[in-house]
Design a protein around this ligand. Structure first.
Ligand SMILES: *Cc1c(COP(=O)(O)O)cnc(C)c1O
Length: 425
């Protein structure tokens, strides 16, 4: 880490120079960055919550509106991008982002819905093996989903939900504590479901190790990549992950409430005998419209689809994924490490003992987000920061989350953020 730390300087000139050398700098202009009442651009650091709008989205959606107006129902086959197979146009770019094969991913539903569908298929408890492990700071929706699945199957979360938690006085989860938890409960664990990257601490857990660990005791392993997709490189196929779910409105910039994504490893996706909740869009495409009895699932991740999808929202996802395909995850990740490293450097340089970064300092253990804890602060600090033109995110009791997104944030953004924080403190 020290090698990269020493390659930064605390100056506006340094930030501007880094931007001028940034091979991805052109992409900033392809997004609408929110502005203040005077039309001045805000420092937008909230891509972890809602990504900025690609300027291309409107024309992608307009195309579908026009095809709908011109073609009506025939748009399913005759639209410029026919609606029937529309989700297929997204598979390749989506697969590249999460490190999967195109037939292992599908854009459908929304995140929590997909999480439930995945648990229907991959949480198959027996009288002896029924426990689920999650991280203790799991996102509330994930926890509700898991608890309700346990209850649905007749188990009491009190003794069937196992929490991987930080040690007293610590903020991060230690991998060896997960190993210990797994070893204690061994044969009674049915599923490990881990949010990667953690929404609160920004900690990124070792996907390969966790998956191998879970499989070694015969459990299934799934990840919630809400804060990981378009940010870290989870390499889902190679890492043998059983399933993963994510949303597309955070780092994937596909608009508020947009569709979710789902990964099912090839070894399962092609197993049509796996129990699932079914709908017609998961049925064999050749016979879908025969309207016969007998569900015949598509032998890919598509076999988990329920409904024909909302094309207008799909169009926004397609616009965004086209940008990712051009920029490339590898390049984005490289820039992200530099950008977040710069942020970390500047915050350390504040030399303010009220401030502590919770997120791991090892770039391999984090994505772009840093969670900054400010001692004795309350929500008013965040309000002041907002007034100063910084859009960030506050978590009670005292944490500011900032996430420079490599597609549209600049080194100068990062510099401005820390300057404004400094003047408030
Ligand atoms: C954002 C987020 C969600 C949101 O779920 P939706 O079903 O899309 O509303 C769920 N889980 C995690 C970990 C998240 O970060």
């Amino acid at each position: 880490m020290s090698a990269t730390m020493t390659s930064y300087e605390n100056s506006l000139a340094f930030a501007k120079n880094a931007d001028s050398k940034d091979p991805l700098a052109q992409y900033r202009d392809q997004f609408y960055l929110p502005q203040d009442a005077n039309g001045e651009p805000l420092v937008y650091m909230c891509g972890n919550s809602l990504g900025c709008q690609p300027k291309s989205v409107a024309s992608y959606i307009e195309q579908e509106l026009n095809d709908w107006a011109d073609l009506g129902v025939e748009g399913h086959f005759d639209a410029a991008h026919p609606w029937m197979p529309y989700h297929e146009f997204l598979s390749e770019a989506m697969a590249d982002i999460v490190g999967a094969k195109p037939n292992e991913v599908v854009i459908m539903n929304t995140l929590t819905t997909n999480l439930h569908l995945m648990m229907v298929s991959f949480y198959r408890p027996s009288s002896t093996r029924f426990k689920i492990i999650i991280e203790s700071d799991a996102f509330p929706s994930d926890r509700y989903a898991v608890e309700s699945q346990l209850i649905h199957h007749g188990y009491d979360p009190k003794d069937s939900l196992l929490l991987w938690q930080p040690r007293p006085g610590e903020d991060l989860c230690r991998y060896e504590d997960l190993e210990a938890l797994v070893s204690t409960h061994q044969d009674s664990i049915a599923l490990l479901l881990i949010g990667n990257t953690n929404y609160y601490s920004g900690q990124c857990y070792p996907i390969k190790d966790i998956t191998t660990l879970g499989h070694s005791i015969g459990a299934k392993v799934g990840f919630d990549l809400a804060h990981g997709v378009g940010n870290i490189m989870p390499n889902l196929h190679q890492n043998q992950v059983d399933f993963a779910v994510w949303c597309t409105y955070k780092y994937l910039n596909s608009g508020p409430g947009s569709l979710g994504g789902c990964f099912i490893h090839q070894k399962h996706a092609s197993d049509t005998s796996i129990p699932r909740f079914a709908g017609w869009w998961g049925h064999n495409k050749d016979t879908r419209f025969n309207m016969r009895h007998g569900f015949d699932p598509i032998p890919t991740a598509e076999g988990w689809q329920l409904s024909n999808p909302p094309i207008l929202s799909m169009a926004a996802v397609r616009a965004s994924l086209d940008i990712f395909a051009k920029a490339g995850m590898q390049q984005l990740r490289e820039k992200s490490k530099r950008l977040t490293g710069f942020l970390e450097f500047l915050i350390h340089d504040l030399n303010n003992d009220r401030i502590q970064i919770i997120t791991p300092s090892n770039p391999e253990q984090r994505g772009c987000q840093l969670s900054i804890q400010v001692k004795n602060a309350d929500r008013s600090l965040h309000q002041q920061l907002t007034k100063a033109g910084v859009i960030s995110d506050w978590r009670e009791p005292d944490v500011i989350r900032v996430a420079p997104a490599p597609l549209y944030n600049s080194f100068e953004d990062v510099y401005q953020l820390v300057q404004r924080l400094k003047s408030i403190l």
